[in-house]
Write a new protein. Sequence first.
Length: 318
Amino acid sequence: MAAFWAALWLGTAAAAAPAKPPLNVAFVYATPIGTAGSTYQHHMGRLGLEKNLGSAVLTRFVENVADDAEAERVLRELAAQGHRLIFATSEAHRAAVLRVAPEFPQVAFESMGDSRDALRPNVSPYRVRADQGRYLAGLVAGKMSRTGRVGHVAGVRSPEAVQALDAFTRGLHAANPKAQVQAVWLNTPFNPAKEREAAERLVREGADLLTQYRGTSAVAEVAEAHAGQGVRLLGDQSDLRPFAPTAQLTSSTLHWGDRYTAVARAVIAGTWKPRPFLGGVRERVVRLAPYSDEVPRDVQRQVNEVERAMAAGRGPAH
């Protein structure tokens, strides 16, 4: 009988035990979410985290935080509000993270950045191997451009953006040494009107293939508008088929859901430690979107072989 009452008490106690509260996770975006591009993909990663962990997490986001002082204010408020994990998704937030993090040692900060000197006791830098996806896109461009004239629209001239353009150009020349890239730098991370204007100008000047680095869906929409003239698109960051169903050949796309889920699980388990993360083809952060039917099977096969070599740590831009 004593054993019965003990078991009953334990069962009642277990039933009465409060559920573990969810992990509060915050995301800070440098631009509006929009419908495509870098911030949009981080936002899709946030939604993937929610889908994977369900009630174990409670997420929120703050968008269009590009100014350094504004980033510091937003980060400090989020930390003070009880968010135990904060993803700062832009290099523009890095300095603000390093100022705010020491004030909140109980908060894990994941900061987009390209250097180990951002590593702190509660700050872990992470970044993407954009050059890998851009090299693969360049290979497709070199194989598919009829004129060998490619127009490239880019936002801010950052080291990452220059590296991405260089990787695209190397891929292009590996497939067609005579091809040329004409780059237009907009000096703004988010301006659909300027992106559209630049893309239209590149088409007028003879580009039969458009590509971009970050940005919105504007370049894709221009390519689609001129698809009947033979203009084609190699998208970046997002799969841009919804905006260029005829023009897009493929896109170099980013996928953060699995990474964000793994980080949140580590914080929940108490095993999170700051360590740099570099996400590329091997980590499945960088992937090519499905090819258009216009891309010949032999071209698909050749590019896929290079992609597999990258995943194995071999080949160009590995």
